[in-house]
Design a protein around this ligand. Sequence first.
Ligand code: GRF
Length: 218
Amino acid sequence: MKKRVGILISGRGSNMMALVEAARADYPAEIAAVISNRPDAPGLAWARAQGLPARAIDHTAFTSREAFDEAVHAALTEFGVDLVALAGFMRIQSAGFVERWKGRQLNIHPALLPLFKGLHPHKQALEAGVKISGCTVHFVTTEADSGPIVAQAAVPVLDTDTPETLAARILPVEHKLYPHALALVASGQARIDGGRVVISARPGAGEALISPQPQGGG
Ligand code: GRF
């Protein structure tokens, strides 16, 4: 049985698109709903055009965070959602909502957590002078960008990078990582063990990424 995934967005939704595309192939999850807190989110229009169940739940129409979260929860329940995937969803969630979806809600963050949590992660990475950054898919807990890590991908950071060029290098990697991580969770291969995620039946580690790259001959 495929897991039914609800994707929460606020903006352009490129990670949502990557999940939708992945779910069109042989995949352990199907996209049951796309929900945006912003009625004008370009990603929502795209989802509608694809014929996906898409809904705007405008957070400005609610008097409290809890009331908005309650409406999102009701919609997710109505769509029969098993797993929630945050994809550029720019709202902090109430503790009650996070608790209800504990172990069933993922987020993607464009940095190698636990480094550079919160806003402007690309700028934070450049200011720290790291030579490698990347992206992380993790389970959502009440502390932002801090839940158990499902998967990560790394990219080099260049001396000439701006937050924009670094973001542009990481984003296409996000589009590969998120579908991969969601598949691990949806298929039951990734499970939370204390504060970590263990992955069953995985092949060996990949290759090292060295940045800056050694020139031939060393
Ligand atoms: C991505 O960089 C994601 O990692 C971060 O917000 C951005 C959303 O982009 N959480 P998009 O809406 O998926 O294109």
